[in-house]
Design a protein around this ligand. Structure first.
Ligand code: RM4
Ligand code: MN
Length: 388
């Protein structure tokens, strides 16, 4: 697409979801560094998400993580979010932080533990009913550390049974986003280690189950844009968890480690006509800001995704198709690189100005006084965090 007004329209219509947990304290297994002003409640996390939306204009929903965002009244929580101009997005389940899950959750050899884990997934759908959320995002830490520890195939059967029960409980337009991850915390075999496993379970479940690609969950060197292209072709791509990584599941800011990879991913999205929110892909962040100030880091991540998207939209697809048909390898590559090497920041500044926003959201946030206000106000209480 090289028609600038169409590019600008697509950028203004883009939607990126923020994760409630990114506003809380996080760290590595060595240390969680706290920060002043960090939310102490789900409401304060939502207020921070609303701040990100105010400055970027493209982040109108925030994903919850249960039980980290447990409240008595989810309907009231959704109304509170609405009053701040944001909505509740995906509901993420947590079947990885209870002693019972040492040997797995839905794949545990103990049927009692499996029941408990599956009940948590069902409870998350009750929460979706109350908040109006469409997406149930499932990530299982399940796996084993030693060969022989448990039966690989039985674990797949147990997983399939829990997924089926959960799927059958979904309401009309609700859906499952099934995430995969290569390793960690399990080191020998993970029960959903890759997109193929997630895809196969989604196919078995039905059309309301689609794959979630967390960009940090692959082996180094994996061609993620190929996975995007393949899943789009099958209509089985439901969501992204964006973040970036240098080594493993680093959860750094999206676009920080490898902006070229993010561009290649977004090019496949544009190529597949899947950017429009109506297509149904949820573009989420799933990150941790262990040492940097959280809200501006989340704003920066949103901007990085917008920049990659703008470059993808600028690819001259006609010229690219011609070069590809001609077998002109160098020209085809040059067309793609021309778009990638374009400085799209002025274009995005215009998009923001047209939307009535400050053209530089990070600078506007810093000037706004919001950070000082939360640091002054959020004193006492217990800061939200991973509880790891
Ligand atoms: C996992 C996975 C999930 C996220 C948790 C916090 O690695 O990426 O999406 O909910 O981390
Ligand atoms: Mn994730």
């Amino acid at each position: 697409m090289t028609d600038t007004s169409a590019v600008k329209r697509a950028l203004a219509a883009q939607r990126i979801e923020t994760p409630s947990w990114a506003f809380g304290n996080s760290g590595t297994r060595f240390k969680v560094f706290t920060q002043p002003g960090v939310p102490r409640s789900p409401e304060e996390k939502i207020a921070d998400a609303a701040a990100v939306h105010r400055f970027t204009g493209v982040a109108p929903t925030v994903a919850l993580h249960i039980p980290w965002d447990k409240v008595d009244d989810y309907h009231a929580l959704a109304e509170y979010a609405g009053s701040l101009g944001v909505g509740i997005g995906a509901v993420n389940t947590n079947v990885f932080q209870d002693d019972d899950y040492k040997l797995g959750s839905v794949t545990n050899p103990d049927p009692g533990v499996r029941r408990k884990a599956t009940d948590h997934l069902l409870e998350a759908i009750d929460i979706m009913d109350a908040t109006g959320s469409r997406d149930l995002k499932l990530w299982f830490s399940d796996g084993i550390n030693y060969p022989g520890q448990d039966d690989l195939r039985n674990r797949q059967d147990r997983l399939a049974a829990a997924l089926r029960e959960t799927y059958d409980r979904l309401g009309g337009d609700q859906r499952i986003l099934l995430e995969y991850k290569l390793f960690e915390p399990a080191f020998y075999a993970t029960d959903i280690p890759d997109w193929g496993t997630s895809y196969a379970h989604c196919v078995e479940l039905g059309e309301k189950a689609t794959v979630c690609i967390d960009t940090g969950h692959h082996a180094p060197g994996t061609n993620i844009e190929f996975i995007v292209a393949f899943l789009l072709r099958q209509r089985k791509l439901g969501a992204f968890d964006f973040n970036s990584r240098f080594y493993a599941d680093d959860d750094l800011m999206a676009g920080a480690a490898d902006p070229f990879q993010l561009f290649r991913i977004m090019y496949e999205i544009v190529r597949g006509d899947a950017l429009d929110p109506a297509y149904g892909i949820t573009f989420m962040l799933d990150q941790c800001h262990n040492i940097e100030t959280k809200i501006p880091a989340i704003i920066r991540s949103v901007l990085n995704i917008q920049e990659a998207t703008a470059k993808a939209l600028l690819v001259d697809r006609e010229a690219l198709a011609k070069a590809q048909t001609d077998g002109d390898v160098l020209e085809a590559n040059a067309v793609l690189m021309d778009a990638y090497n374009t400085d799209v920041r002025p274009l995005l500044a215009e998009v923001r100005t047209d939307m009535g926003l400050d053209p530089d959201p990070v600078a506007a946030y810093k000037r706004s006084g919001y950070q000082e206000k939360i640091v002054a106000e959020r004193v006492g209480g217990r800061q939200a965090g991973w509880g790891a």
